[in-house]
Design a protein around this ligand. Structure first.
Ligand code: BGC
Length: 476
């Protein structure tokens, strides 16, 4: 086959049309219902739908100084957040790239010992005198961006790692206890009072910054979502819909006037059974080389961790047919980096996506630099078309959970209703056009163009840190 034909076939395979969007949105709504419905202890069907024990959304008037620690996909951030009570905040932070060897550490202590050390360094620098309250300890909200079975606002056991971590020893353990033990060991004066997923942090911080009310008024923050190394989202459900909650707890919460709880959907795991998601041969290969085969199938088609790897898989496949990089006869002759899984960063795709330089010179340099891969102009045009197909599919799929949750919560019902979605993450923040592609897809989805016009997708800058601080602020 000639290169152009190969490319056309791939672009077609990556196309998500409005019929597919409708099919996926309906399946997502069903997966929400199934995920909420099963009784405690019963084997989970549908989405994980994890209760977070966060029962209200900030109104912007919260105050105080809190620490936040955020273990995300590639970085560990420690922050000190001063909530000023007027929807604004001041933030100091230290960001550390997680050393590669810790991703596959033998014991939890190695990772959590490292995290505790970084928190202690931060405290020494920014809070050398500790806390002024009676305990002498600083309150910390811990943003832990992995699936956790949350057992209270400040405890939860790891269900499984995602985004490249592979420390088997941590699975099934309480991640707050693991970190607190290490902090206590080095006598760091910090009390972890809240555990939050990054999506919950994003929801809360966006609500704080926009001063939205939780009562269904115009401009409510309905969803907190992450499109970065991983992807996930959360939103509020009425207590009675969360069938998996202990009925005693529901009764107790209701007696205190609580009506809703934030649910961490863990939508990265949407349709792990692959009944409806597109499933190309490249997706199948990626699943095989991933650290969690069979899980997080939605994430593997949408998030930044995988977009580069999808492109790499596609290029290797076209090469095997003899349609590209023909100076290399055998697979083994291809540049080493092109043969290495996860070597191609999605940042490279973001440069190729918008390259309009003469002869795609930027793309040429980008590929030389990242993969040591020389290309012809025909090859670069082909690669750009493939990159655009991969990112468009990712963004179109990203619209599915948003449309589904807006429908499920009836957030768009009502006269000229406007809703806000707080988002964070490298892809939605930096990938050129990602947000507008999500919007195109929302207009094609069952919420239609009218629905799409009522939705505001806004970046919640520093969302997870500020959100963790907000969680900590609810603890007396
Ligand atoms: C994790 C989620 C997290 C998301 C975004 C996923 O891999 O399972 O808990 O919210 O990444 O960081």
């Amino acid at each position: 086959m000639v290169l152009q034909e190969s490319v056309d076939a791939i672009v077609k395979e990556f196309t998500v049309d409005s019929a597919k969007l409708e099919e996926l949105t309906n399946h997502f709504i069903k997966s929400i219902e199934e995920g909420l419905e099963h009784a405690p202890g019963e084997k989970s069907k549908g989405l994980p739908m994890i209760p977070t024990f966060v029962t209200s959304i900030p109104n912007g008037r919260e105050r105080g100084v809190f620490l936040a620690a955020d273990l995300g996909g590639t970085n560990f951030r420690v922050c000190s957040v001063e909530l000023k009570g007027n929807s604004t905040f001041k933030l100091e932070q230290l960001k550390n790239r997680i050393p590669d060897d810790l991703l596959e550490a033998e014991t939890s202590e190695e990772l959590f010992g490292y995290l505790a050390k970084k928190i202690a360094q931060f405290v020494d620098k920014y809070h050398p005198t500790g806390s002024t309250d009676t305990t002498g300890k600083l309150k910390l909200g811990f943003t832990f961006s992995y699936p956790v079975d949350q057992t209270s606002l400040s405890s939860g056991t790891l269900i499984r790692w995602t985004k490249g971590f592979k420390i088997q020893d941590t699975v099934g353990k309480d991640v707050v206890k693991l970190l607190q033990d290490q902090l206590d060991k080095i006598k760091c004066p910090v009390d972890i009072v809240a555990l939050a997923n990054d999506t919950v942090g994003t929801l809360l911080s966006h609500a704080y910054s926009s001063g939205a009310s939780p009562n269904g008024n115009q401009g409510d923050t309905v969803i907190g979502a992450i499109f970065g190394t991983g992807t996930n989202g959360c939103y509020m459900e009425p207590l009675e819909a969360i069938k998996k909650l202990d009925p005693e707890l529901v009764k107790e919460l209701k007696s205190k006037g609580v009506t809703h709880m934030v649910i961490n959907t863990e939508w990265g795991s949407f349709d792990n059974e692959l009944k409806h998601l597109p499933n190309t041969v490249y997706d199948q290969n990626i699943d095989k080389v991933s650290s969690n085969p069979g899980y997080h199938m939605f994430e593997k088609r949408v998030s930044g961790m995988f977009m580069g790897e999808i492109l790499r898989q596609v290029l290797v496949e076209i090469h095997s047919k003899g349609d590209i990089f023909t100076q290399y006869f055998e697979y083994d002759e291809l540049p080493h980096r092109l043969r290495t899984p996860f070597e191609l960063d999605s940042e490279v795709l973001s440069h190729i996506e918008i390259d309009d330089s003469t002869n795609l010179r930027e793309t040429e340099l980008s590929l030389l630099q990242s993969l040591r891969l020389p290309t012809t102009i025909e090859e670069r045009k082909a690669i750009q078309a493939i990159v655009r197909a991969i990112s468009r599919r990712a963004a179109y799929l990203a619209a599915v959970p948003l449309a589904a949750i807006l429908i499920r919560t009836k957030a768009l019902d009502g006269y000229h209703k406007e809703v806000e979605i707080g988002v964070d993450g490298s892809v939605v923040e930096y990938y050129p056009g990602f947000r507008s592609m999500i919007r195109h897809a929302l207009a094609l989805s069952p919420i239609g163009p009218d629905g799409e016009r009522s939705v505001h997708i806004q970046i919640a800058k520093d969302g997870s840190g500020v959100g963790a601080a907000l969680c900590a602020s609810t603890v007396n």
